[in-house]
Design a protein around this ligand. Structure first.
Ligand SMILES: *Cc1c(COP(=O)(O)O)cnc(C)c1O
Length: 431
């Protein structure tokens, strides 16, 4: 199977070329050329398992059938997804799909850990350098994902003194093949330095550089896997196709859900749940698409004003709004509503939501209000402790730090400090 650009004016490429390229030459994002449904035997096997490793091996083997042996893929998925993805009952007819039990306690671990191992699998042993600029969260997920992956070095640039304590600990306490670089400057300086490195042809003849951005196929594909945990009737007794609410920012997760549906997953419909950065819900309502600068909210991993995966969704639906509306509805929530719901839900049921999961739960409630017989699932994408500066004041209680976060805070940190000047970075990358 070939992989094509969402803009349709670049030649189709192999999965490996798409994986290492990031974006297509025409500026579009790579996606499968065709959506061949899963074979009946695979669908049948998926009805009998809730194990994410087994599910990932089955679905991945179908998507990468021309690229990788099923046994290599199964080993890769087992190594990457070494944490549970449970479907937890929250109320009578609602389940939370908890995606936050990985090493950085957010669902980006799923994509980043599989992407890291795919890159490693397809290299020929030439040492690879992953270069990434971060304002905090992406850098920690990427650094953790590539930690101790052989022949791979990660250089992550962050603005000195401008990331949270936990974020810095998660990047700078790893050591081994992870170099955390504290840049004397802003996040924009970090991004500029990374761009300069990718534009430095002389450097790139000596050092094999790859980006690790979130629009990469290596991150998108594994996100398709977790939707298939909804295929098995056990243990959640999903006796009919659920409404699935997806907390959305860049819309990678929702796009993966739409791909899962094309492959044969039975879903009643999806809800695109956002904070006030609501360009997609607005588009679904009015037909007007107006990307704009983002607004800061309590669910800041979804503060995106121009979602990059929108063009993948549009390409999948041939720009046909009515067809998209058939599968997806959209809804947005303001911060106060989110904080009130975190408190009420906790006091009513004992279930503690993080701000992103709370938005998904709210979106699901709204969708189910007009479908009284429906059952629902929402994606819980971050551990509440990861956003304790928001969650603790909302519930009026302390949220204990899980051991992985507490441990990271106590480990020694080794950052390299650099001025915000390109020659210093070039020297570090050549060393
Ligand atoms: C990135 C992120 C999201 C949004 O996912 P997209 O694929 O960008 O829509 C939601 N919740 C959390 C915690 C995230 O980190």
């Amino acid at each position: 199977m070939k992989w094509v650009s969402s803009r349709g004016s670049s030649p189709p490429v192999s999965f490996v070329d798409a994986l290492f390229a990031g974006t297509a030459p025409d500026g579009g994002l790579y996606m499968p050329e065709r959506f061949d449904p899963l074979p009946p035997a695979t669908l049948d096997a998926l009805r009998h398992t809730t194990d994410i490793v087994e599910i990932g091996s089955l679905v991945g083997a179908h998507l990468l059938r021309d690229e990788m042996s099923a046994s290599d893929l199964a080993a890769l998925v087992k190594d990457a997804l070494d944490f549970p993805v449970p479907l937890v009952p929250v109320s009578d007819r609602v389940w939370a799909l908890e995606l936050f039990h990985g090493p950085t306690l957010a669902f980006k671990d799923v994509g980043a850990r599989v992407q890291a191992r795919l890159l490693h699998h397809f290299t020929d042993g030439t040492p690879l350098t992953i270069l990434v600029a971060t304002s905090g969260d992406t850098g920690s997920a990427v650094a953790q994902a590539f930690h101790r992956v052989p022949d791979t070095r990660v250089v992550v640039l962050y603005p000195e003194g401008k990331v949270s304590d936990v974020q810095e600990a998660q990047m700078a306490s790893l050591g081994d093949n992870i170099t955390a670089v504290a840049v004397a400057g802003t996040f924009d300086d970090c991004q500029r330095l990374v761009k300069q490195a990718f534009a430095d042809d002389d450097l790139r003849t000596h050092v094999w550089l790859t980006p690790a951005n979130s629009i990469n196929l290596g991150r998108l594909l594994p996100q398709v896997f977790y939707y298939f945990t909804l295929m098995s009737p056990e243990p959640a007794r999903l006796e009919k196709p659920p409404i699935v609410s997806v907390p959305s920012g860049n819309f990678g997760s929702l796009t993966a859900g739409l791909i899962a549906k094309r492959l044969g997953l039975a879903v009643e419909r999806f809800v695109a749940s956002t904070n006030v950065n609501d360009v997609v819900p607005e588009y679904l309502r009015t037909g007007q698409y107006r990307p704009r600068p983002s607004i800061r909210t309590v669910a800041n991993a979804m503060d995106v004003g121009a979602p990059s995966n929108f063009e993948r969704m549009q390409a999948m639906y041939n720009q046909d709004l009515d067809r998209l509306r058939h599968d997806v509805s959209g809804v947005a929530f303001e911060d106060q509503r989110v904080l009130d719901e975190i408190r009420d839900m906790y006091h009513r049921t004992g279930y503690l939501l993080d701000p992103h999961g709370a938005i998904a739960w709210l979106g699901l409630q709204q969708a189910m209000a007009t479908s009284p017989d429906a059952i629902g699932v929402f994606l819980a994408t971050a551990h509440p402790a990861k956003f304790r500066e928001v969650v603790e004041p909302a519930i009026g209680e302390a949220v204990p730090l899980p051991t992985v976060l507490a441990d990271a805070l106590t480990r020694p940190r080794h950052s390299v400090r650099l001025p915000a000047e390109y020659p210093a970075l070039a020297r570090l990358l050549r060393s």
